[in-house]
Design a protein around this ligand. Structure first.
Ligand SMILES: [Zn+2]
Length: 251
């Protein structure tokens, strides 16, 4: 298991909860003794343009810092996907998040759809023919849904439920429809935690989710699995939640 991280993700590139100071530090502190860190290369404009239109790319380029860190975040997702494709599970510890970034617009603290850029790159290179994207962030990833709408190659699932039990049951159920995929990607947002905005899941639940994804990947995806960070805003629990998920996801 490798963690993809760049020190530029510490930068406070804008004023929103995903960009707050201390957020990345909390996660790095929790992970650095247990996991090997590697640094990403920035995604190229060509990589970004597999998902986003020219106008959207141009508008993000209007802010140099957001554009540069956004390209590093997308590059981090690409590297996590590449490692997973080669057989090593990986996690992109990246920001800005991406799942609210659609081909021609974005909102919700997102600019480029990191997981979509990564999956599109593997598809375009012929390394995979299909993919499953599981999104357990509190919020629906409209950007990811819009990117792959009508796609026969990529399935996007965002489990739901009105309480912890029904949510976990729905998530587990979404991993039991036994169709094989060439890779599973996880949009890992931790804002559904009991001490975060969603007020629902425990830290232990993220360990369980990680284990379910691991087992699904072994049964249906040749073991290929990776995650990328989306939301998660309570710095006092975020580090241990990410760590719990990665402990479940790793071998
Ligand atoms: Zn969220």
């Amino acid at each position: 298991m490798k963690v993809i991280f760049h020190k530029r993700f510490y930068e406070v590139y804008t004023h929103d909860p995903a960009a707050l100071p201390g957020r990345m530090e909390a996660i790095v502190n929790a992970l650095q003794r247990e996991f090997e860190f590697v640094e990403p290369e920035p995604a190229s404009d060509r990589d970004i343009e597999r998902v986003h239109g020219r106008e959207h790319l141009r508008s993000v380029k209007g802010d140099d810092q957001v554009y540069e860190i956004g390209c590093l975040a997308a590059g981090g997702a690409i590297q996590a996907a590449e490692l997973a494709w080669q057989g090593e599970p990986a996690f992109g510890l990246i920001r800005p998040p991406g799942h609210h970034a659609s081909p021609h617009s974005c909102w919700g603290f997102c600019y480029f759809n990191n997981v979509a850029v990564a999956i599109k790159k593997l598809l375009s290179e012929g390394k995979i023919k299909n993919a499953l994207i599981l999104d357990f962030d509190l919020h629906f990833g409209d950007g990811t849904e819009n990117t792959f709408e009508g796609s026969h190659e990529v399935t996007y699932v965002h489990p739901g439920g009105s309480n912890r039990e029904s949510y976990l049951k729905d998530l587990q159920g979404s991993l039991q429809r036994g169709k094989p995929y060439d890779i599973i990607a996880v949009s890992a947002g931790f804002d559904r935690h009991e001490d975060d905005w969603g007020g629902m899941l425990t830290t232990e639940d993220y360990l369980s989710i990680g284990k379910w994804v691991r087992q699904f990947s072994i049964d249906h995806c040749q073991g290929r699995r990776f995650g990328v960070l989306e939301g998660g805003y309570n710095h006092s629990v975020l580090g241990r939640n990410v760590k719990s998920f990665l402990q479940g996801l790793s071998d």
